[in-house]
Ligand binder design. Structure first.
Ligand code: HOZ
Length: 427
């Protein structure tokens, strides 16, 4: 079956929406061709406008950990919608999701809900600046924390994919407060602190980076950041928007044994609806308006429909054995790809963090953005195109993560590996 309808929709979209998409990572600019327009999804499958099915490894860029259109989530949503879709006033649902979030992340005493990961990171930084009375921040090259001005400096995700890591439109006066360190290199962070001993408000880091492709923290790296922050009086912000409920129930901070001052969440916590959150120590969080002076607000923050999707998703994730199957599926997939790459003599590094993975077409063990950029992007785009022809839907960029869901079956994995084998042939 062809993809004529997607092509025709893209033509229409291009006149209406910049680039025809509402978020740059959706475009196929880095791999050639146009994006598929999606008509529906169920479990591990996504269907395009021409009704072609694909095994989906984007999972809406992370949230769909249970698979698409999960019956329990849908049924709760249908009931919630009948009661009204937005009140702009507090509801008990917010408290339920707040309690579950705080239980899952003991580093948080309090949490505030927003509508996206961008809002969470942007608000967390404002809070850190107010709490420390300092202006500068340290982030890592290739890490992405949404598109707030201070964070679009050497940023990952679409900014890296399209070669605009320092976006025009960010005033130099803002950008000068953002310092970039090298991921997995504590010395680079220490050097920045030493050069700016009294001005760094916070270090912000992805729990397990997925926006330069997946990169795993070296042993001791995250706890080392917490130590440096303590030593120099800055706060540690862990951006767990992707890693939050992906690696385990409790995120990268649980896996790597680190206690951040502030945590950002998004994606899974909204079960496929727009939710973000940031939370941390009471003393810090109580600086937020209306308890304190730091302003932050949102018409749809804590929206009852979105809260419902988050509550139901977390309920499923708490079920016994939920993560075991997910992690096993991911491991089988990764090992299978490694085995095929070796047999077909394709130099690649399969990076994995929990149920996220990236196949980097490089001989290097990828530990930071410089390593990630050694990937053969031409080979990646050939691979992507062949996989799509084999009905496997991958992120259209080398610098993104694949997300495995609990709905992916053994057959999905074996079909995917068969497609990898065909795609690696003569690559
Ligand atoms: N930040 C996600 C990709 N790394 C997806 C959201 C988006 O940029 O559209």
């Amino acid at each position: 079956m062809g993809t004529k309808k997607s092509a025709s929709l893209l033509k229409r979209a291009s006149a209406l929406i910049p680039g025809g998409v509402n978020s740059p990572v959706r475009a196929f600019k880095a791999v050639g061709g146009g994006p598929l327009f999606i008509s529906r999804a169920k479990g591990s499958k996504i269907f395009d406008a021409d009704n072609n099915p694909y095994i989906d490894y984007i999972g809406s860029w992370g949230p769909m950990i249970l698979g698409h259109a999960h019956p329990k989530v849908l049924s709760a949503l249908k009931k919630a919608i009948d009661k009204g879709t937005s009140f702009g006033a507090p509801t008990e649902l917010e408290l339920t999701l707040a309690e579950e979030t705080i239980k899952a992340f003991p580093s948080m005493d309090m949490v505030r809900f927003v509508s996206s990961g961008t809002e969470a990171a942007m608000s967390a930084i404002r809070l850190a600046r107010a709490f420390t009375k300092r202006d500068d921040i340290i982030k890592f090259e290739g890490c992405y924390h949404g598109h707030a001005d201070s964070l679009l400096v050497k940023a990952g995700s679409g900014a890296a994919t399209f070669g605009v890591p320092d976006s025009p439109g960010v005033p130099a006066d803002f950008a000068k407060h953002t310092f970039n360190a090298v991921y997995n290199d504590l010395d680079s962070v220490r050097a920045l602190f030493e050069q700016n001993p009294a001005s760094v408000a916070c270090v912000i880091v992805e729990g397990a980076p997925g926006n330069m492709g997946v990169v795993t923290p070296r042993e001791g790296f995250l706890p080392g950041l917490a130590e440096l922050c303590k030593q120099f009086g800055g706060l540690l912000i862990m951006d767990e928007v992707m890693s939050g409920f992906r690696l385990c129930y409790g995120g990268a901070q649980k896996v790597y044994n680190v206690v951040p001052d502030i945590t950002c969440l998004g994606k899974i916590i909204g079960g496929g609806l727009p939710v973000g959150a940031f939370g941390g120590k009471r003393q810090i969080m109580e600086m937020l308006s209306p308890s304190g002076p730091v302003y932050q607000a949102g018409t749809l923050s804590g929206n009852p429909v979105a809260m419902t999707a988050g509550i139901e998703t977390l309920k499923e994730l708490r079920k016994k054995g939920a993560y075991e199957k997910l992690l096993q599926t991911t491991e089988t997939l990764c090992h299978g790809i490694e085995e095929i790459a070796e047999r077909r003599s394709i130099p690649c590094h399969v990076a994995r963090a929990g149920s996220m993975l990236t196949v980097f077409f490089t001989e290097r063990h990828v530990e930071n953005y410089t390593d990630a950029k050694t990937s053969n992007l031409k080979r990646f785009s050939q691979y992507f195109t062949r996989m799509l022809k084999n009905r496997i839907y991958l992120p259209p960029s080398q610098f993104e993560a694949l997300f495995v869901s609990m709905a992916h079956t053994k057959k999905d994995v074996s079909d995917t590996l068969a497609a990898v084998d065909r795609s690696f042939k003569g690559l």
